[in-house]
Ligand binder design. Structure first.
Ligand code: BG6
Ligand code: MG
Length: 218
């Protein structure tokens, strides 16, 4: 067993894709005849695509047949992928490469732990795929966050026991999943929203090297 492993959520931690998810859901909502606000989009953070559509249809009081539901899932994703297509390294959130580089140079294993089924193409687009020793995403799990499954699989793939894993997350459901997995949870975002996390930082620029060294046991 390795001594320590690091697990990163993708959307809102490595890249700010929430704005593209928002635009794609908004396009669908408008097509179905209702508005969808940025504030409502907060409810979608860390939530699976299927659950997100269920919430969206509830918000718009729209009833769907299974066929319509499946069609809208595809439609939203095709739209989202068109935004992703234009992404490049400039969309990586501040100091993320610095932290990944620090871990890599200390041979600390790194995994992705994301709900997204689009994680791989996004990491490729922003040129970060090579940092990851394991990719655990929406295609690998059957239970969405706050279920700890995604992080437990990541720990297993890294060969690190869960209690020696550190998780970076921006969503409440993600922090709850990390806590349920018995891992150290680090919130990236608002202290009040992410109050269940062991530590919270507004972004990676706020994380001191000394703190990282302590977490990485180097
Ligand atoms: C999460 C996002 O990371 O992935 C959610 O925070 C999104 O907003 C979910 O719904 C699923 O993503 P995708 O790319 O599979 O639709
Ligand atoms: Mg996230």
């Amino acid at each position: 067993m390795r001594e320590v492993g690091f697990i990163f959520d993708l959307d809102g931690v490595i890249v700010d894709t929430a704005k593209y998810h928002y635009l794609a859901w908004k396009n669908l909502a408008n097509e179905l005849g209702f508005e969808f606000t940025k504030q409502q989009n907060e409810l979608f953070k860390g939530v699976s695509r299927k659950k997100s559509l269920e919430i969206l249809l509830d918000l718009g009081k729209v009833k769907a047949t299974q066929e319509q539901f499946d069609g809208w899932m595809v439609e939203k994703n095709v739209d989202y992928l068109a935004y992703i297509e234009k992404m490049d390294e400039s969309e990586i959130l501040p100091d993320v490469p610095k932290v990944l580089q620090f871990l890599k140079s200390n041979t600390i294993p790194i995994s992705l732990g994301s709900a997204s089924k689009n994680a791989r193409p996004i990491l490729e687009k922003v040129n970060l795929l090579t940092y990851f020793d394991a990719i655990v995403d929406g295609n690998s799990v059957s239970n969405a966050k706050p279920n700890p499954e995604v992080f437990l699989i990541a720990a297993k793939e890294l060969g690190v026991s869960p209690e020696n894993c550190v998780v970076f997350e921006d969503a409440v459901a993600g922090i709850q999943a990390a806590n349920a997995a018995n891992m150290l949870s680090i919130g990236i975002g608002d202290k009040e929203v992410l109050h269940e996390a062991d530590y919270v930082f507004t972004d990676f620029t706020q994380i001191e090297l000394e703190f990282l060294k302590k977490l990485a046991k180097v």
